[in-house]
Design a protein around this ligand. Structure first.
Ligand SMILES: [Zn+2]
Length: 375
């Protein structure tokens, strides 16, 4: 007789607690690596094949874990980041604690809670002597919160080998899974004009700040809520003194785009900005960061399987759009990708980050059933 898998909220929280108590800000490679070591040893203790991929100086390592069954063929990639946005010491302000039907802690919602559910699902398969139709690869990166600068090529290479990608990033506010996310682009725009004494020879100057004002309005007016396109001038700086016509000004711009076509069109518009005052030079640096996560037919089919499994477990799980970007933006153009399979909660990146305990068992069961049934 085969043993039955265990999905007990208290037991899952007990296992999750040490993951939360190992603080792991992206900017602290030693701290993130302590977290990687913890997860690596827990998987190794459950018979999985683990491989550490050292990060370049200043970044933590990646960790790749494979199920001992199923060989190397196309299978399921479960993608999780183990870094958080919280600095070391946040644990004092936001200690791991359970209050009513909520559990609090740094990174518990984004996304250690979800990463732990994936580990738990694997462990229950192993513990009960089961295997799955497809081999499973778990990939943990150390730098998602800083745009996956080092792990992106590794993630994309891994995705190309797989049939499905699952991400247990936080569920949306309405508890939906994520099958679309906007892409992001970032720009640093520098304006260089001609300085002059503001009293003695104002008319000889060409103000970089005045030019920037024109450009800010031009950029902001690209925002089109109907298209789901936003352009945000988030930081501006310029000038030196009140009595000097400013020679230089600089702004940081964030753009969110729903599709690759719109991304291409609007990134080109920003790159092609022309000055109102021809004596002011505009330099645009930057461009696309994460491509848009557009819903493909393969992703839609995977979301439908997830909806059916959730219904069997006893909860409704509709697909929706995610708020920010994630590593799913990198895999979605390559292979069927569903994100937001993590726990329900609130307050990601804040001092009241928490998860909703009623979602833990159903979501753990869902992850388990996905691994067990995807073929
Ligand atoms: Zn996240």
């Amino acid at each position: 007789m085969t043993a039955e898998p265990c999905f007990d909220t208290a037991a899952i929280l007990e296992g999750l607690r040490p993951w939360i108590e190992i603080e792991s800000p992206s900017s602290d490679p030693e701290a993130v690596n302590r977290m990687m070591t913890r997860v690596q040893s827990e998987f190794a203790a459950e018979g999985a094949i683990t491989e550490r991929i050292p990060g370049p100086t200043g970044y933590g390592d990646c960790l790749k874990v494979r199920s001992p069954w199923g060989g190397d063929g196309p299978g399921i990639l479960v993608l999780s980041h183990l870094d958080t946005v919280h600095p070391i010491g946040m644990l004092e302000r936001l200690p791991f604690r359970i209050e009513g039907d909520k559990a609090y802690g740094p990174g518990i919602f984004d996304m250690k809670g979800g990463a732990y559910l994936a580990f738990h699902a694997y462990r229950e398969l192993h513990r009960t002597g089961r295997t799955t139709p497809l081999p499973i690869t778990f990939f943990f990166n150390p730098d998602e919160e800083i745009s996956s600068v080092t792990s992106r090529p590794l993630i994309e290479a891994e995705a190309r080998k797989q049939k499905y990608v699952l991400l247990a990033e936080p569920s949306t506010q309405l508890g939906k899974v994520v099958i679309a996310r906007k892409g992001t682009a970032r720009f640093t725009i520098t304006l260089r004009g001609v300085a002059a004494h503001s009293g003695a020879n104002h008319r000889d100057g060409h103000s970089a700040v005045k030019e920037m004002a024109h450009q800010i309005l031009k950029l902001e007016s690209m925002t089109d809520y109907g298209l789901d396109l936003t352009v945000n001038v988030g930081v501006v700086a310029g000038g030196t003194r009140a009595n000097v016509v400013p020679e230089e000004a600089r702004m940081l711009v964030d753009m969110r785009v729903p599709t690759k076509a719109i991304a291409d069109e609007y990134i080109a518009k920003v790159r092609g900005l022309t000055a109102h005052d021809s004596e002011v030079a505009i330099t645009v640096e930057g461009g696309a960061m994460r491509p848009p996560f557009e819903t493909t037919l393969a992703t839609l089919a995977l979301a439908e399987q997830i909806r059916t499994l959730a219904e069997e477990i006893g909860f409704a799980l509709e697909p929706g759009k995610g708020g920010g970007a994630s590593d799913g933006n990198f895999t979605a153009p390559i292979v069927a990708t569903v994100d937001g399979l993590g726990v329900v909660g609130e307050g990601a990146h804040t001092d009241h980050e928490h998860i909703d305990l009623t979602s833990v068992t159903p979501r753990a069961r869902l992850m388990y059933r996905l691994l067990e049934t995807l073929a």
